[in-house]
Design a protein. Structure first.
Lengths: 110, 745
């Protein structure tokens, strides 16, 4: 139940699609190449007069919010290593509030 | 253990703070160091796969001596003692017979190799230290040269990297505009600049102008995307200057007080009205004007640039045009503008100019030797007057001509020029003429497999002690682990340098670090404990406004470190050396306009060298986690171009011109101009085995790239970005390479 209250909030407007989250997550969870706890999709978005090329990180069913790390006071591996800092970890209600403050964010209760 | 990345491992020039988790002498994990101001905890995929890299089964673990014929892939293991003794003997024989200058010391890009190679070369007695295979020395050096002659120092966009508090530091100002000129921030961290700093600024409100032949993620978030025709950057810079000068948008006070040659620059820019520039560059006229106005109005603004500038014809002169843009808009040395980059505390762990060269040699060589005998000084005076390395193209010519003296041996460290050098089959032919070739690397590469007589195993950053100050803060590289018999380049070069020059002023590398760190007033041990240190904000190794305070010139007078003390928009040094003192545009030699007959047969413009965060140049193709991100050597083709050729997404094609051909897998995308195709560089296939030289020619675009295309003064012009080609469907892919599905198992 406790894990239900936490989530990841991903600001995909600034995700550059670098795959750091994928590799960092694999390292943290000791996953082989066939598996990943977060993946990166892509999409197009109308943004005013231009088309934004978006990368869309999506936690998979293997995401455990890096329990072993967060219990030690660390951020989940993807949050810690994301170069443009687009992944946020926290209590779900707090992240829901943050999500309202800026468009182009996706919330992932785990 | 806290350390900092530089070179082998992630491969790049970057300096990310890391926490290395070591257990039983083995690297068990890597984390970004949240305390380190450079990356603040984040890491790229290459740094994150450090364990996979360090313990990869293909890693070179022991020194090897060739036993078969060159290129046959037959080796025997030898000890370090044996290899040092034998190299000392054989190098001494070359020296005795042909003179020390007949051995060339070749590095790749700017990594923690350059200083040690220099130390070895000069201790041995050779002035021929260079980046081999890079035609026109076309990577940053033309831009460095241009910055030196115009403004006296090297400048980088200020993203708060010189301040401990970064973006929150009270002295920092957010740039209103950053121009990404032939540079895609998320894909690469060039020359000590962390690409994501630009994304950090964008998130905080900085607008970007992107100049790129294809629509990148960054372009899709830009205020203006200028889809330039490859190789025409010089015209665009002059077009921007035209708009800014004629509309009076420049910083009149700065120009009047601190610049010279403005009227002559104006005359040159007048030749490039936006209408003409639009015809040349294919960028719409209104967009040129709008981008120029946005840049000029922004206070502060900066420009981050990439190698496409160097690789334009007369790349040095193209860079001068870009520099003039940030100069006349008053963006030099202002917070959030273009900061002069100097190593923290004045500690130089990498030779960045002729003056700093002496710090690595202990003045072992008579200046007359390095000025007179350095390859290229006669052909290209800049090689003597500004530059501190031998000239790459002239060296290859000299291997064939043996004039004015023969080249007989080469030391090649971290350079895979059969994959990344222009016209690589000629490089193979040239180097095969040498009597002795030593390659130092971490993996067997095509270049090592084909050419080496000795292969020496180098160390990753985690396996070495060192110092990094490119630019601030000052960092200790702390040794965390050892792997088999791998040694850092510094130790390898030092051992031989010591043997050739018994009067080398240092007894060990540790001794060298202590002497290097003197300006910072710390011992290596102290720095090692702190891991990184900041100079005081008032230290003259840090910005801002140093030209007003007399901190840039040796004479202590206010002004810039140029002959006149001004920003020389009309360069007196270039004039004195007999070159064009103003920014230039020259049409690429292989284009639909300059070579219409060739273009009939090869109608598409080919631009190469597209970067990805997964690989550093030709490295990392064996790291499966990274290969999974980019499994194939691709070529980007517009659907309107692919359709009539009967080519579909995922097809294998031949990319061909009159010089050669290679195979690529097509990515059909409307992000690219219909008349341009674009491809990444550095492809070889470690999975194919050393006996086949790892498929070095299969996907090698350099087969289509000519050599000796350097500019009139030797710097810039490597023709990697603007070529002609045609595409046609291939019968199949490349046999024996890893397929995408193999990487998911």
């Amino acid at each position: 139940m406790a894990s239900q209250q936490y989530a990841l909030l991903i600001d995909f407007e600034w995700c550059t699609g670098c795959y750091s989250c994928v590799i960092a997550g694999r390292n943290a969870n000791q996953l082989d190449l066939s598996r990943a706890c977060i993946t990166i999709g892509s999409g197009l978005r109308q943004d005013g007069g231009r088309v934004a090329l978006d990368f869309l990180p999506e936690p998979t069913s293997l995401c455990n919010l890096c329990g072993p790390r967060t219990r030690r006071g660390l951020d989940p591996a993807c949050v810690h290593h994301c170069p443009p800092r687009v992944i946020r970890y926290g209590p779900r209600p707090e992240l829901e509030e943050l999500q309202k403050q800026k468009p182009n964010q996706s919330l992932w209760p785990i | 253990m806290r350390s900092v990345t530089w070179s082998a491992g992630p491969g790049c020039h970057g300096g990310c703070g890391v926490l290395l988790d070591v257990g039983n002498g083995r690297l068990e994990g890597i984390e970004g160091d949240p305390e380190h101001p450079y990356n603040r905890g984040s890491l790229c995929p290459r740094a994150l796969t450090m364990q996979e890299y360090t313990y990869h089964p293909d890693r070179l673990l022991h020194p090897l001596r060739r036993v078969g014929k060159r290129g046959e892939d037959r080796w025997e293991r030898v000890s370090w003692d044996e290899v040092f003794d034998e190299l000392e003997r054989r190098m001494a024989a070359v020296k005795e017979r042909h003179g020390p200058e007949s051995m060339a010391f070749i590095q790749g890009t700017g990594r923690d190799v350059g200083a040690w190679l220099l130390m070895l070369a000069y201790s041995y007695g050779s002035p021929n230290w260079l980046q081999g295979g890079l035609t026109g020395n076309s990577c940053y050096h033309p831009r460095l040269g241009a910055m030196k002659v115009v403004q006296g120092d090297y400048a980088v966009p200020d993203c708060g990297q010189f301040l401990p508090g970064r973006y929150d530091d009270p002295d920092f100002r957010l740039p209103e505009v950053i121009v990404c000129w032939g540079y895609n921030p998320p894909a690469t961290c060039t020359d000590g600049f962390y690409g994501n700093w630009i994304v950090d600024c964008m998130k905080r409100g900085t607008k970007v102008i992107v100049i790129d032949p294809y629509y990148t993620w960054t372009a899709s978030r830009a205020e203006h995307w200028l889809q330039i025709r490859p190789g025409t950057d010089g015209a665009l810079a002059l077009g921007f200057l035209h708009v800014i000068i004629e509309e009076g948008l420049y910083d009149k006070e700065f120009v009047e007080r601190w610049c010279s040659g403005f009227d002559k620059l104006r005359q040159r820019a007048l030749e490039y009205p936006p209408s003409r520039v639009s015809e040349i560059t294919w960028v719409p006229e209104e967009q040129i004007k709008a981008a120029a106005r946005l840049f000029a109005a922004a206070k502060p603004a900066s420009i981050q640039w990439g190698v496409p500038i160097d690789m334009c014809p007369e790349g040095f002169g193209v860079a001068m045009g870009v520099i003039d843009l940030w100069a006349i808009t008053g963006n030099i040395e202002v917070p959030g503008g273009m900061a002069f980059a100097k190593p923290a505390f004045g500690v130089w762990p990498y030779p960045m100019d002729q003056e700093s060269v002496r710090g690595f040699t202990g003045n072992v060589m008579d200046p007359e030797v390095f000025f007179e005998k350095r390859v290229g000084t006669k052909e290209y005076p800049i090689t003597r007057n500004f530059h501190w390395r031998a000239h790459s193209d002239v060296l290859i010519d000299q291997i064939f001509s043996a004039e004015p003296y023969p080249i007989k041996a080469a030391w090649i460290a971290g350079n895979n020029f059969l994959v990344d050098g222009a016209n690589p089959k000629r490089l193979l032919e040239a180097f095969n003429r040498l009597d002795l070739i030593v390659v130092v690397d971490l993996f067997m590469t095509p270049t090592a497999a084909a050419l080496a007589d000795f292969v020496l195993p180098a160390a990753t950053f985690a396996e070495k002690e060192g110092v990094r100050a490119w630019w601030a803060p000052l960092n200790a590289i702390n040794k965390a682990i050892s792997v088999a018999e791998c040694k850092p380049d510094s130790e390898i070069c030092f051992e031989l340098a010591r043997r050739f020059n018994p009067s080398l002023p240092w007894k060990s590398m540790r001794d060298f670090w202590e002497s290097l760190l003197k300006p910072a007033g710390v011992t290596f041990e102290e720095l090692s404990r702190e891991q990184f240190m900041w100079p005081d904000k008032a230290d003259k190794s840090l910005p801002y406004h140093r030209y007003t305070k007399g901190e840039l010139r040796a004479d202590g007078n206010p002004g810039f470190n140029t002959p006149s003390g001004k920003v020389e928009l009309y360069s007196s040094l270039m004039e004195q050396w007999g070159h064009d003192p103003l920014p230039v545009f020259v049409e690429p030699a292989m284009s639909p306009y300059s070579a219409p007959e060739l273009a009939e047969e090869y109608p598409l413009i080919l631009t190469t060298g597209g970067r990805t965060i997964a690989f550093f140049h030709s490295e990392h193709r064996q790291i499966r986690s990274l290969r999974q991100i980019h499994p194939y050597p691709e070529v980007m083709v517009h659907p309107g171009t692919a359709g009539p050729l009967g080519i579909q997404d995922g097809d294998w094609v031949w990319v061909e011109n009159h010089l050669g051909r290679c195979k690529r897998k097509v990515s059909v995308t409307n992000l690219i101009h219909p008349r341009v195709v674009a491809a990444s560089h550095g492809w070889w296939f470690p999975e194919k085995g050393a006996d086949e030289w790892f498929g070095v020619w299969d996907a090698n675009l350099n087969l289509l790239i000519p050599h000796n295309t350097q500019s009139s003064h030797g710097f810039g012009g490597g023709q990697y970005k603007a070529l002609l080609c045609k595409l046609y469907k291939a019968d199949g892919g490349i046999p024996g390479i890893i397929e995408k599905q193999d990487l998911h198992g």
